[in-house]
Every structure is written in C-alpha cells, then in structure tokens.
Write a protein that binds this ligand. Structure first.
Ligand code: F6R
Length: 614
C-alpha cells in the first residue's frame, strides 16, 4: 500500500516520477504527489483522487517543473487521515525545505507529534508521515547533514516505513531508508532511482539494490552510499532484476486483469516446467530444503495467507490431506497472529502470498519461525520481504501481476500446491501410484483445457450480461471446490462491488436459503466427482425457492438443462484438479460483469495490491 518513487540524475525528473507512479498505481490510488527542486527551491505538487489529477496539475506547469533533475513521488492508500490533498504526500516541515514520502505506519506518531508540537512545529495534515518531515528538519538543523538527520530521526520512529527524503539545502541528494516496508534502488548511468517496487523503474534499469531493514542509502547523480542505523558502512549487493518491461503492457487487452486471465495457460506451463518432467518420474522440488526424513515425520502443516492466497491455501489443504495424510490447517494470517497457536519443529508452516509483502502474513511466519517451525514460502515475488524469511522458497513464476484482483497468481499458487503435495506423497509413499500418475497426466493437459475455456469466453460474457444488474450473488460448491466458490465470490465483489458470498452447498439449507427468491442468482460449481449428485440436489433446493440458477460444469448431462437458466461449460477434468479449471470462467464472469457496470476493473475502489499494514 502506497507507492514511492525517487529520481536523481541528469534528466528531468517529472516524467520519470509520473511514469513510476503510474506503474505503482496498483499500490494505492487515493491521492498522489511529487516534490521537486526547481531553481534551488523544494516545490510540492499534490492532488486528491486518481493519479490523473496530479498529472493534470503538473501538466499546467510542465515547463517549470521539468527543470528539476531530482524528485520524489508518492501514490497513497490512506491509513492515517482521509484521502485529501492536504494529507497526500510529500509532506514538509514548517520551513518547507524538507520533503518526505512514506509507505507504512509510524506507530508512535501521536507521541512524536505531541512532542514536536510542544517544540513549536505546526502540523498541517492528519497523517503520521508529517511527524517524519518535522523530525528530519529538527535533526538537520542540529547536524547540517541529511543522511545523519534521517538516521537520527529513524532512531526515534517506531513502526514500519519506507522513506525518501530530500532537502533544499543539500542539492541533488536523496536519502532513503526502510524498516518492514519494501524499497529498492535502481542504478543507471549517472543517475539513481528509488522505488517501492520494480515496475516503477524497470523501464530505465535492470540493475538494482534491495535495501534491508534499517539501512540508509544516500544517492547523488554519481554516488551511492549505504550505511546501517548505527552508521556502519555496508557493502552493496547489486543484482540484475529478472523482469521485462513488457510485463507492464496490456498487450492489446482492455485491462490488465483480462490479459492476466489469458496468461494462465502459460503460467501453468511455467510452474510445471522442470518440476513435472514425466509421468513416470518423481516430482523434482529442490526448493524444499526440509530433508526427506523430516518430511516423513511431519505431524502437522499450518498454512497462513490472506484473501485470494488464502483460497489457494484451502485447495492446498484439501490436496495435501488427500495425498500426504498429514493434518493441514489453513488460517487467515490476521487471525493466526493474535491467538496462541500451537506449533514446533515438527510443524511445517507455509506462508502464501502473491506480493510477499502482506504484513499479516509476514508477522505470522515470523511468529512461527520463532517457535522453530520450518518456514516454506509460496510467493510470486522471490525478491520480497516474506521470501527473505523462508527456509524453503517456492517462487510461483506467474510474472508481474498488475491488476489489483489476483488471477494468474492464484492459479500459479494452486499448481504449486499440487506439486508440493505430490512431492511429499512420493517421499512418504502415502498415495496410490496410479492416482499420482493420473494426476500428473492431467496436470500436463491442463494448459490446453484452460485455453479451451478461454476460447469460449463469449458464453461467459453472455451470462455476465444477463446477471450484471443483480444486487447479490451466491456461489455454491462442495469439497475441493468450496475454495473456488469463495474465490469466485471474492473476485465478483472486489471489482463489481456486488454482494457475493460463497457457501458450501450443504450449508445452504442451514440459513442462507432464507435469502433465496427470484432476484437471487445462485451459481453452482457442479464438477463431476463424488459430490456431483449432492450439489445437484442442493441446486434443486435453491431452484425450488425460485432462485435464478447458473451452472458451471464439466458434465454433459442434459438433465440439468431445465434446472439452470445459464450453463457455463468447461472441459471434463478429474475432480482433484477441477478447481484450476473452474476458477477461470468465474474470473471472466467477474471481469465482464464489472465491465458491463462500467467499474474500474484494474483499480477497484478502497483496495491496494500490496497490503503492507496489519
Ligand atoms: C484478491 C486480492 C487480495 C490478496 C490479499 C493477499 O484479488 O488480490 O485478496 O489476495 O490481499 O495478498 P498477497 O497474496 O499479496 O499476500
């Protein structure tokens, strides 16, 4: 949440900052701002609402602002203080010489603010960040050294932060630091970039350095100095970013979400590549560093995750219990961290996260680590904070996901769980060999089946048109597809704001059935397998209460034609793998409904892609 970008070099900073913010817009879009230094004066430009508003403001003064070859920028997802212009970053001190952008939460800001106010600082905003601007200004007045001022300020700050600071009196210098919030430096020729995330800088450079917690970097056009909070000089670990700028293009699709849905067949191929080599070969998962004996004696697995990643984890639980015979608990990270959880070194704890920056999940895995559990992280960002906590790291290789609503990363996470489950089952010899071979065969066929679903997207679009004006939506499923029902409902509510809920079909009659009438669509996930007939009869029960019925099915059974107003067909698939295929039409359904309703598909209101606050 919140995105930071900075530039110092010989080019005009304005376009670089605005472009960087555009590529970080998935991190927040409540308000935005930049600070530049024009003719020796720090100037702030800020606007409430979408980034376009800031672009409009700066466009009017483009010639003037473009003179600055240094700048910092921010896109905000509000935590402290409403999303107004005054609360937008950058924030400044009373003399206006300091400008600060911040991602994170300063937990002791109330005490700091009270102290600074006593000392004469006048606050303009309701943000926690403004305290940092005043604090740095005070420290600078004592030291006349910006790096030192930032270093001393961070000693007084509690909480999470990524910060970028400029000062009017220290020309062409950005000082940046982090603690529990991501920040990296991009290295160019005679120029440096700072950003919360790769998309902001990848167009300009692939050479980068990730900051670690409590490190402070000082950047000028031709120098980079790295120290720790105790003023020790630190050696710089420079790496080449494994991303291509093309990942940030919509490639002709109207929205990133639609593009990312269509990338799923290739994502599945990528995740399987090198791990599932042949049906008669064991899965190769060198990423799991826990030795085979320990895997055999594991008595428990706990999976922690949030949102869509939590739903992927639920599929993971199902498949691991089925194949590995180990008890698996899945819990939202935000719940896990505030109760006494039981675990030890015989417990494997799996953290699942697209971004690898979700604060609740990071805290959960840290807690588990302190109890001695082996930590396995499944993430799309092997460069993330969470990945650094891992004893074993499974990168899910979905590529950069720009749309706030997760699609391809979900599929990649789910496939990773299949691989992990088969891997453990083969070590433990806990599953029928023929079943495992069959599962592998089906995994290999999966990308083509997803392609087939995508080639019939018009059928989903027609269904979406028919139901786009519904106020509520119910998704029902049983067994392994209960997670699919929850994920389908989450996608719909996230981007269309329709009140959608997923239920296990058997629970419908225990309460939710009371809501059913002719205005309520009920989508049954009716995949062939052991619960098919049961869901069918639950669907009959719903139909008998006049609900408008939709089926998502791989069945050719013509008996169901009279029961459902709309039938979305997918290719036949074994039940164990059906969640991967069933989710695709649900992603498309959510997409088309949101599009018909004219919603901002890639940037739904109130959401941010990376939730870095608890
Ligand atoms: C849903 C969505 C969110 C995230 C959740 C966890 O489309 O994107 O529900 O799944 O915020 O994020 P990660 O996976 O980055 O930990």
């Amino acid at each position: 949440m919140c995105g930071i970008v900075g530039y110092v070099g010989n080019k005009s900073a304005l376009d670089i900052l605005l472009e960087g913010l555009t590529n970080l817009e998935y991190r927040g879009y409540d308000s935005a701002g930049i600070a530049v230094n024009v003719d020796g004066h720090v100037e702030l430009y800020k606007a409430e609402g979408k980034l376009q508003n800031l672009k409009d403001i700066t466009f009017e003064k483009k010639e003037h602002i473009s003179k600055s070859t240094i700048g910092i920028g921010h896109i905000r997802w509000a935590t402290h203080g409403a999303p107004t212009t005054i609360n937008a970053h950058p924030h400044s001190c009373n003399c206006g010489r300091v400008a600060v952008v911040h991602n994170g939460i300063i937990e002791n800001y109330k005490e700091l603010r009270a102290k600074l106010e006593k000392e004469g600082c006048v606050f303009r905003s309701q943000t926690d960040t403004e305290t940092v601007a005043h604090l740095v200004a005070k420290k600078f007045a004592q030291t006349h050294d910006l790096t030192e001022a930032v270093r001393l300020a961070t000693k007084e700050i509690e909480g999470a932060y990524a910060l970028c600071v400029i000062h009017q009196d220290i020309k062409n210098t950005i000082v940046a630091t982090r603690r529990n919030a991501p920040l990296l430096v991009g290295i160019g020729e005679g120029e440096y970039y700072v950003a919360s995330d790769v998309p902001a800088i990848i167009k300009y450079t692939k050479k980068a350095m990730y900051l670690e917690d409590n490190q402070i970097v000082t950047l000028t056009p031709d120098s980079m100095k790295l120290i720790d909070i105790d003023n020790n000089v630190i050696s710089q670990k420079i790496e080449i970013l494994p991303w291509e700028p093309v990942a940030l293009s919509k490639m002709g699709y109207k929205h990133f979400m639609l593009k990312e849905i269509h990338e799923q067949p290739d994502v599945v191929r990528n995740v399987l590549a090198g791990k599932l080599r042949a049906i008669d070969e064991n899965i190769s998962l060198n990423e799991v560093t826990l030795d085979k004996e320990s895997l055999k004696t594991l008595n428990r697995i706990q999976i922690v995750a949030c949102g869509t990643s939590l739903h992927a984890a639920m599929v993971g639980k199902y498949i691991m219990e089925e194949l590995c015979g180990i008890a698996v608990d899945v819990e939202p990270s935000s719940e896990y961290i505030y109760r006494k959880t039981v675990g030890d070194k015989n417990t494997l704890v799996i953290g699942v996260s697209q971004s690898g920056e979700t604060a609740d999940t990071i805290t959960a895995v840290r807690q588990a680590k302190s109890r001695g559990s082996h930590i396995l992280i499944v993430t799309n960002r092997p460069d993330s904070t969470m990945a650094r906590e891992a004893d074993s790291l499974i990168p899910v290789s979905a590529g950069i996901e720009v749309s706030v609503a997760a699609t391809k990363s979900y599929t990649a996470q789910v496939i990773s769980f299949y691989l992990l489950a088969i891997y453990i089952a083969e070590i433990k010899n806990s599953a029928n060999k023929e079943n495992l071979s069959n599962l592998k065969r089906e995994l290999i066929l999966l990308p083509q089946k997803i392609e087939k679903v995508l080639s019939h997207k018009e059928d989903v679009q027609a269904c979406a048109r028919r139901f786009a004006n519904s106020k509520d939506f119910i998704f029902i499923a049983r067994g392994i597809n209960y997670a699919t029902a929850l994920e389908g409902a989450l996608k719909l509510k996230e981007i269309s704001y329709i009140n959608a809920t997923g239920y296990t079909a058997g629970e419908l009659k225990h309460g939710p059935i009371a809501m059913l009438d002719e205005s309520m669509p009920v989508l049954s996930i009716l995949m062939k397998g052991q619960v098919y007939e049961k869901i069918l009869s639950n669907s009959e029960e719903a139909k008998a209460r006049n609900a408008r019925m939709i089926a998502l099915t791989d069945s050719d059974d013509t008996k169901i034609n009279d029961l459902f107003e709309c039938i979305i067909k997918v290719p036949e698939i074994i039940e164990t793998l059906s969640p991967v295929l069933a989710i695709v039409p649900l992603q498309l359904l959510a997409y088309y409904i949101a599009e018909f309703l004219g919603k901002d598909v890639d940037q739904p209101r109130n959401l941010a892609k990376s939730v870095t606050v608890e």
